[in-house]
Design a protein around this ligand. Structure first.
Ligand code: FER
Length: 248
């Protein structure tokens, strides 16, 4: 299934809860940088949602997975306008009651920025190990473990998998400010983060959780960026949070 945005096809997949009623809530799930919708931790969240009676809409973002667009050309702006089209698509589905939003890493950052824009449409927000360091790193001249001049932006960075990433990725990220997005969203938020995350600083989530008006931070002790050690604890936290939301 594809969601069309300005001529770009975004690969998307809906999974319904078991024994689904005529109508139910839906959670949009967004993967991270270089990721896709079939990653182990993305599927784990999809299944957790389905188990508590929430349909899921997983999406491959611009330049990722089976969606259109080149990896080199993706920016947070493209991910954000794509994600807005995904919200519009979710709203067009007859069976959908409330819309929830979840994202991992760069998808978690995207979900937080998007929630600031779609605060009237997103019932609750679940950023998983959100990569807030992308914004500060772009401004300070440090991304992908590489230093660069943040004023004279290089035409390309080379990603850890050898693929090129356009300097426009940096230009876009430099202009985005997470504090503003956090302040615009006052509905419930669950942040989940492993305290041994090797890719994205855990402490950024502590600061973000403190800034949100209504946020719970679940720390996964001894876990990595993609929850190699305790994915079950992530699943437990997501289900627990969602059950609370569904009972309200
Ligand atoms: C970086 C650190 C983390 C970066 C991207 C990420 C582009 C994103 C990680 C993810 O989404 O899993 O320096 O630079």
């Amino acid at each position: 299934m594809y969601i069309l945005i300005d001529g770009i096809k975004l690969n998307a997949k809906i999974d319904m809860p078991k024994g689904a009623e005529a109508k139910c809530p839906l959670c949009i799930i967004i993967h991270g940088f270089t990721g896709h919708m079939e990653e182990r931790h993305i599927i784990a969240v999809q299944e957790a949602m389905n188990e508590v009676g929430v349909a899921t809409l997983r999406v491959d973002m611009y330049g990722h997975g089976s969606s259109d667009g080149e990896f080199r050309d993706h920016t947070l702006y493209k991910w954000l306008t794509g994600a807005m089209a995904v919200v519009d698509y979710a709203r067009s589905l007859d069976f959908v009651t409330d819309i929830y939003l979840c994202g991992h890493s760069q998808g978690g950052l995207t979900s937080m920025l998007l929630a600031g824009m779609e605060r009237d449409k997103i019932k609750a927000l679940l950023p998983l190990s959100p990569a807030l360091c992308i914004l500060t790193g772009a401004r300070e001249g440090n991304l992908l473990g590489q230093e660069f001049d943040p004023y004279n932006i290089p035409d390309e960075l080379v990603n850890w998998d050898g693929r090129a990433l356009s300097g426009n990725y940096i230009r876009a990220a430099q202009t985005l400010h997470i504090e503003e997005a956090i302040d615009r969203y006052d509905k419930p938020v669950l942040i989940v983060h492993g305290d041994e995350d090797e890719a994205v600083p855990y402490k950024d989530s502590v600061v973000a959780a403190d800034r949100y008006k209504d946020c719970m931070l679940v720390t996964i002790e001894g876990d990595t960026h993609c929850y190699d050690n305790h994915l079950d604890k992530v699943v437990y936290a997501v289900k627990d949070f969602m059950r609370q939301q569904l009972n309200n």
